[in-house]
Design a protein around this ligand. Structure first.
Ligand code: ZN
Length: 315
């Protein structure tokens, strides 16, 4: 009986298939997906932007969203191991952005102070079918807009395969989005030029891709790139760097407790601004990615000018 019903529904159903249900893990990824699906469908956001993706424990509603999805677009297990385990269990179709060929990847930095070891050429590239372990990869790769551009094209191709009826729309959207992000990147390059040689401290080590793309100098971060808690040695190394005048300003993040940051900055009287890698205060949607990167660019230049004017007035 059930089979006959299904058959009847099939025959009677509309000719145009429903667009695929797409789930994206974090707000910046959701935004990139939304750029590509504009006019066809809207992706669903799995992890709210004010939550940390690192220690995600899925709620029942999130687990249901995953089971219903035709495609889950996510950064990868390096960002949220909990989501990795859930996806292994549901075996839905997924696109892990860190595995997109051509993605610029950097290893996670363990030391409190990055020194020269930060970007010392241990640069890796994601290769198709190259099945090595990506343990130790810094997962915050969406903060390099050149990666985002790479992913837009990969998204359009994945969606075109999944939903051939709208293939042209996905590809046109991706071309427009790539042009938009290229203009944005050039603008940020100009804006951040004067910030290049000022030492900065991040709350958690999320900004390696942003630093590398725009030539910024992050001296260290309170917590490592997996968001785990810092030990006392890490905090005192950072406090010393701040006191030695190597640092102009420090950044808090909305997703993390600011008390630890104070322990590092208070003695040196460093100005603190908010640098948010997730877009917690931004409206979720296709505009979020660009707004996020522009907001970060503005936060860096503002924080540095605060630090510079404070240092000047102290003399
Ligand atoms: Zn992070």
């Amino acid at each position: 009986m059930q089979r006959i019903l299904a058959l009847l529904l099939c025959v009677a159903g509309p000719l145009a298939a429903d667009p695929p249900r797409i789930v994206a893990d974090i707000a910046p990824v959701h935004s990139l997906v939304a750029m590509v699906t504009e006019g066809v469908t809207e992706p669903e956001l799995l992890i709210p932007a004010n939550a940390s993706a690192h220690d995600l424990a899925l709620k029942p509603s999130q687990a249901r969203a995953l089971t219903r999805a035709d495609l889950v677009v996510w950064v990868g297990p390096e960002l949220s191991p909990g989501l990795g385990r859930a996806l292994d269990a549901t075996a839905e179709r997924t696109l892990a952005l860190l595995r997109v060929p051509g993605t610029q990847l950097y290893p996670a930095r363990d030391a409190a102070l990055f020194g020269d070891m930060g970007l010392s050429g241990h640069v890796e590239d994601a290769h198709a079918g190259h099945d090595h372990s990506h343990d130790g990869i810094d997962p915050h790769a969406w903060l390099d807009p050149v990666n985002a551009v790479m992913w837009l094209t990969a998204l359009a191709e994945t969606l075109a395969e999944l939903d051939p009826e709208h293939a042209a729309a996905y590809r046109d959207n991706a071309v427009r989005a790539v042009a938009r992000l290229s203009v944005m990147t050039a603008r940020m390059d100009d804006q951040l030029e004067p910030a290049r040689h000022s030492g900065l401290i991040a709350f958690h080590d999320a900004f390696q891709y942003f630093e590398a793309r725009f030539g910024l100098s992050m001296v260290g971060a309170i917590t490592p790139s997996d968001g785990s808690d810092p030990g006392p040695a890490r905090l005192s190394a950072l406090r010393d760097a701040a006191r030695d005048g190597a640092v102009v300003c420090a950044f808090a993040e909305p997703q993390f407790n600011a008390g630890l940051l104070e322990a590092v900055t208070q003695e040196a009287g460093l100005p603190v601004a908010t640098l948010d890698p997730m877009g917690a205060n931004l409206t979720v949607g296709s505009d979020l990615y660009e707004a996020l990167l522009m907001q970060m660019s503005g936060a860096v230049t503002d924080c540095i000018s605060m630090g510079v004017s404070q240092a000047g007035s102290g003399e």
